[in-house]
Design a protein around this ligand. Structure first.
Ligand code: CU
Length: 126
């Protein structure tokens, strides 16, 4: 049994070892929305892309989600993620974007700190 934290840490270590560059303008970077036995989470919870790249959220647990960006350097609209559906957003400005699922009890936001189904997208220069 691997905790979500350990999985994220393991992914970060694997990424560092492989020198995985930030995703370029090719296929969208995928983020899975998980629920059920895995708990409410985005996988990976943190991802890096280059400016102009697209993130595609894929729901694979049969649960609806509502994504809202609560910290962003540029406007990016939230969206509903239908059960087993997907949605994309393209990021045109460098910076750190933080988002969460606002459907209770998937995440909570207290004093700017998100717990649960929370995600971060780091958008870097190409
Ligand atoms: Cu959710």
């Amino acid at each position: 049994m691997t905790s979500p934290f350990r999985r994220v840490a393991a992914a970060a270590v694997a990424g560092a070892l492989l020198f995985v560059p930030a995703a370029s303008h090719g296929a969208p970077t995928r983020v899975r929305a998980l629920a059920g036995d895995s708990g409410f989470q985005f996988s990976p919870a943190q991802t890096s892309i280059v400016k102009g790249a697209t993130v595609k959220w894929v729901e694979s647990s049969g649960t609806a989600h509502r994504i809202a960006f609560y910290k962003k350097p540029a406007a990016v609209s939230g969206f509903r993620l239908s059960p087993n559906g997907s949605a994309k957003r393209t990021f045109k400005k460098v910076g750190i974007y933080k988002y969460r699922c606002t459907i209770a009890p998937h995440s909570t936001l207290t004093d700017g700190v998100c717990t649960g189904m929370c995600g971060v997208i780091r958008v870097t220069r190409p």
